[in-house]
Design a protein around this ligand. Structure first.
Ligand code: HEC
Length: 161
């Protein structure tokens, strides 16, 4: 074995060990915001159409709800840490499972969708289905307007278990 080969084996082995250790290591003990939990859903917003429900879940609820399901590759550290931090930041700004339209600013939601600020560009680059067409944007914006006009009727409190 040449010296170069030996160095490659050592570097590769070390990286593999680090990768395995971080899968086992509970990062949440040190940096709680890097751990992803799904707290109970407190509100279910009744979006006006089945298309709007599907689109909301596909494009916004991934980050802005307590119903986050990460794809398998995003459950592997260190990607899982980045994903968790992203979702926790997103929830702090807007959480459809905890806020209703008396607390949510509907205009801001519509403006963010209309100007392609949300879903974030970094996310859209990885997830083709999050690149909304004009008609999909309209479905979402219409549903938001309807929900905002009926802030109490559209929200169902889910009793805690
Ligand atoms: C990949 C995760 C992700 C997805 C998907 C996503 N967002 Fe966000 N969103 C964030 C993050 C992170 C923030 C907070 C930081 C910021 O403002 O950029 C945020 C902030 C926002 C805000 C600002 C809230 C405030 O008052 O400060 C709005 C409005 C919003 N998102 C709407 C949406 C809508 C509508 C969708 C679906 C079309 C969506 N987002 C999809 C991650 C996401």
């Amino acid at each position: 074995m040449t010296t170069t080969e030996r160095i490659l084996w050592i570097v590769g082995g070390t990286l593999l060990c680090i990768f395995i250790v971080i899968q086992i290591f509970p990062i949440g003990w040190i940096v709680p915001s890097m751990e992803l939990k799904n707290p109970p859903v407190q509100h279910t917003i009744e979006w006006s159409s089945p298309e709007a429900i599907a689109l909301m879940h596909q494009t916004c609820y991934v980050c802005h709800s307590n119903e986050t399901r990460l794809p398998f590759y995003a459950q592997i550290a260190p990607i899982s840490w980045v994903a968790a931090q992203n979702v926790n930041t997103a929830r702090a700004a807007l959480n459809f499972s905890e806020q209703n339209f008396q607390e949510i600013n509907a205009y801001r939601l519509i403006a963010y969708i209309g100007s392609d600020l949300m879903p974030p560009q970094s996310y859209r680059m990885m997830h083709a289905e999050a690149n909304l067409t004009e008609s999909q944007k309209k479905i979402l914006m219409d549903a938001i307007r309807v929900a905002a006009d009926n802030p109490i009727n559209t929200v169902v409190a889910v009793p805690s278990p």
